[in-house]
Design a protein around this ligand. Sequence first.
Ligand code: SAM
Length: 271
Amino acid sequence: MSDEHIKETVREKYGQAALQVMEGGRGRCGGETSPCGCDPISGNLYGTAETAGLPEGAVLASLGCGNPTALAELHSGEVVLDLGSGGGIDVLLSAKRVGPTGKAYGLDMTDEMLALARENQRKAGATNVEFLKGEIESIPLADASVDVIISNCLINLSADKGRVLSEAFRVLKPGGRLAVSDVVVRGEVPAEVRRSMELWVGCVAGALEEKEYRELLGKAGFADIDVEPTRIYEFEDARAVLTGAGLDTEVLAREVGGRIMGAFVRARKPA
Ligand SMILES: C[S@@+](CC[C@H](N)C(=O)[O-])C[C@H]1O[C@@H](n2cnc3c(N)ncnc32)[C@H](O)[C@@H]1O
């Protein structure tokens, strides 16, 4: 799996997911039961009060594995950047939190997702929002221009996570915060899981091991690093996640059950 092949496959699958939502369905990315985009694994991430004011297309397109806006501290007037913003659910929620004096950017590389997100922005009437086309490995924003970076189930999809974290560090203002939901693993994951493109697109195969995540964040320059599990995928969930990848689901689910988790990853750029 070359980096370019991974990126192209991810773009194609998420483009299809956006089209499904535009045609009135619910977004799907990897297999039927991948962590990013399916019940019960990514179901119920948002409270009904939170989603009540959002366009249906933003809710249906939700392909996250957490709820970073609920966990991140966001203040009025701040600039927020959502890496891999998809249909825009977290951007629209952040925009409400930072208010008219703040700004919420969404960054995504997939044209269909950007079209869906901009349509959702229009329906929501959000004026302090801007969706940017680009790659998270090369963020199209100036140095030290963002207060908070959020992201929902995206960093695991990148083939160059060190570069993503360095870019996040670069665009954050001194004292700025990184507050992302992601799939993280604890310990070894079998090689056949790591090699599966289906499971990469479904947010499992590319997930960082917790220690490596901390190390990469430290190397990028971040301080106050914390990885907090928000949901641990035990055997049943692991089995659901692995289904459809053409692997020996029962055996592998026993191996990885309890080791894959949805986590909230926090870090700060030193002031
Ligand atoms: C798992 S979805 C999550 C979408 C959104 N954060 C949510 O919670 O619904 C990942 C999104 O990231 C985008 N993406 C994946 N890799 C990317 C990259 N390297 N650069 C920019 N966007 C990327 C995809 O197009 C897709 O919209």
